[in-house]
Design a protein around this ligand. Structure first.
Ligand SMILES: Cc1cc2nc3c(=O)[nH]c(=O)nc-3n(C[C@H](O)[C@H](O)[C@H](O)COP(=O)(O)O)c2cc1C
Length: 409
């Protein structure tokens, strides 16, 4: 019986275990998680969502506070701009720390979300990309957007041809748009993450998401790349819950798979312990897809997420990661049209709730997580090690999930 460990992802001079832990903002896919993936020979992601806040929490910097103080008495949201130097420092520090601690044959990539408009989408994205390259990141995974201008912003960088480059898409059409842009920079991506409708975080589908199947999108993209003789590795993602699920995609021609949900209940994952237990406890009915995110993308989350029906005042002076150039965001608009004291219907302040881990975004199969661990005897479940989950994907056969050793025995 075949298993994931029978395959390797050959990427330039690397021979990787074909398992990628996907980026999960805000610091849910921590560097500790990414470092484990790299140590074990796969690929881990850190995320650059809310880079200043992550730096403040990890390294004791005070970028968010200093931004807040700069605009404390300013009412015009379009002026709440990020300090370019601070943004660069925060990103650089995070990436340098991760890369300096990396051991083992695997790689660490950065998940870069285009949707973080940060009052000046082009400039702030360029700063984040450039700082990551300067910090020595192994790869850049462009996500949450079509990124048709992103390569242009770094094509002069000395590491542009050497860094591994990939994009997350949910359709062949999105990939084609990106490839046209990549042609202009004379730089093909090295990999494409094909994210299906069962993934966690934001979805690249509309309300009809349930009608799509990851297998079909992957087949279509594989056929397209073959027809056009494009040497781009295909990495399916979304709902790949067992090593056997993963192996099926490798047999079909994928180079690796990207997974996330199973790692949300590991000790290395950045979610608070109580939230990890909420993921374990979830039933199928608790996992929903809704339009609460002000980004305009649908998002999957647990119905127990505290962000739902909260009427919190927007925290744009402190954060403001989703403000457009005019200082607007869909949550701000919804909040302003809601009488004070009432919950804002149908939208959440993504910055505020993500910064506090109050939006329990998750993959469709979160309700199966309880089958991957043992009860702790106190109404919860034992957390897993990232190594345990990684090796389970790598070696398991026939959809078996190996439970951790019972600490009580
Ligand atoms: C908690 C959580 C947060 C996520 N956050 C992001 C994110 O910030 N950016 C992104 O591109 N994908 C994000 N994702 C998607 C994952 O990177 C990954 O592609 C997907 O969830 C894989 O499917 P699976 O969770 O069913 O294994 C997130 C997923 C989860 C579970």
């Amino acid at each position: 019986m075949d298993c994931l460990d029978n395959y390797r992802w050959k990427l330039a001079s690397h021979e990787l275990v074909p398992l990628v832990i996907g980026g999960m903002g805000v610091d849910i896919s921590t560097m500790e998680l990414a470092l484990e993936a790299a140590r074990l020979g796969g690929v881990g992601h850190i995320s650059d969502a809310m880079a200043c806040l992550v730096s403040d929490r990890r390294f004791g910097t005070r970028y968010s506070l200093s931004k807040f103080k700069r605009f404390r008495h300013e009412g015009d949201r379009s002026s709440y701009r990020f300090d370019p130097g601070e943004l660069r420092e925060s990103q650089l520090r995070h990436v340098c720390e991760a890369m300096s601690r990396k051991v083992g044959p695997g790689l660490i990539f950065l998940n870069v979300m285009e949707k973080l408009t940060m009052l000046d989408a082009a400039e702030t994205l360029k700063i984040r990309l450039t700082a990551a390259l300067d910090g020595g990141i192994d790869g850049l995974t462009l996500s949450a957007g079509l990124h048709h201008k992103s390569l242009r912003q770094i094509e002069e960088h000395p590491r542009f041809r050497e860094v591994k480059l990939g994009i997350v898409v949910s359709s062949l059409r999105a990939l084609e748009i990106f490839l046209r842009a990549a042609q202009r920079s004379h730089r093909l991506p090295d990999y494409v993450v094909v994210e299906g409708p069962l993934a966690g975080g934001h979805l690249g589908f509309g309300e009809d998401w349930a009608q799509y199947r990851l297998e079909s999108i992957v087949d279509e993209i594989l056929a397209y790349l073959r027809e056009h003789e494009l040497p781009i590795a295909v990495i399916p993602a979304g709902g790949i819950f067992t090593g056997t699920d993963a192996t099926g995609y490798l047999q079909a021609g994928a180079a690796a798979v990207q997974v996330a949900t199973r790692f949300t209940v590991t000790r290395e994952c950045g979610l608070p312990a109580a939230v990890k237990q909420a993921y374990f406890r979830a039933s199928e009915e608790d996992v929903v897809v809704n339009s609460y995110s002000p980004t305009g993308y649908l998002m999957r989350m647990l119905t127990s997420s505290p962000c739902l029906d909260s009427g919190v005042e927007p925290k744009c002076r402190l954060h403001g990661y989703l403000l457009d150039r005019g200082g607007e965001c869909a949550y701000v608009r919804a909040w302003e049209s809601t009488p004070r004291g009432q919950s804002v219907s149908g939208k959440m302040c993504l910055c505020h709730h993500f910064s506090r881990h109050q939006c329990y975004t998750c993959g469709h199969y979160t309700y199966r997580l309880k089958d991957t661990s043992r009860p702790d005897g106190q109404g919860g479940y034992h957390l897993l090690s990232a190594e345990h989950v990684f090796r389970d994907y790598q070696h398991s056969r026939e959809h078996k999930i190996h439970l951790p050793i019972d600490p009580g025995q």
